[in-house]
Write a new protein. Structure first.
Length: 183
């Protein structure tokens, strides 16, 4: 009996999973990077390393809400002053709205939000650069994420710019690498 159907080629494997099968909803994100202070307080604070955590929820594939915490450590620079060479930490808690454009396994995002900033010591107040140790901070950022073959993990970079009015009307430029886990 002759063959009616015959497979002549094996099906081509899919290099990346179907993006519709990626995990969405609740996620956590760890961040590690650098924080540079710009403006009047900038010359007095060396760039510092920052460590952060974000917890968010994808409302849709393009809209998410996030809560972020970031801490950074800096060394002060005041020539011939007792405040020179002191360690200072900046702690930032904020909430944000994030808009994302996804194409296959890549995502480009923009976010904006507000929160509070706290300095660990009053060393900047003694130099007249800090009105209060706790104050408001607001700003936004851009991110690019790469989703791995696992449906839960993504890696990315995030850069944000925050205004800190009580820190002598200075700004923070924050650049971090991130790893995201979606539940």
């Amino acid at each position: 009996m002759p063959a009616v159907a015959q497979v002549t080629e094996a099906p081509k494997p899919e290099l990346f999973p179907d993006p519709s099968k990626f995990a969405y909803g609740l996620y956590t994100q760890g961040e590690l990077g650098a924080v540079k202070i710009l403006g009047p307080a900038g010359p007095h604070l060396h760039p510092g390393w920052g460590l952060g955590l974000a917890v968010g929820y994808d409302l849709t594939r393009w809209l998410a809400v996030e809560g972020r915490a970031l801490g950074s450590t800096h060394i002060t620079e005041f020539s011939s002053a007792p405040q020179d060479g002191e360690l200072l930490q900046l702690y930032q808690l904020s909430g944000a709205i994030k808009l994302s454009f996804r194409y296959r396994y890549l995502a480009i995002s923009a976010d904006g939000g507000a929160g509070i900033l706290r300095t660990s010591t009053n060393v900047l107040a003694t130099a007249g650069l800090n009105e209060k140790r706790t104050s408001l901070a607001f700003g936004g950022g851009l991110a690019a994420d790469y989703h791995t073959l696992s449906r839960h993990f993504a890696f990315g970079v995030h850069a944000s710019f925050f205004q800190m009015p009580s820190l002598a009307r200075s700004y923070a430029l924050i650049t971090v690498a991130s790893m995201r886990y979606s539940f």
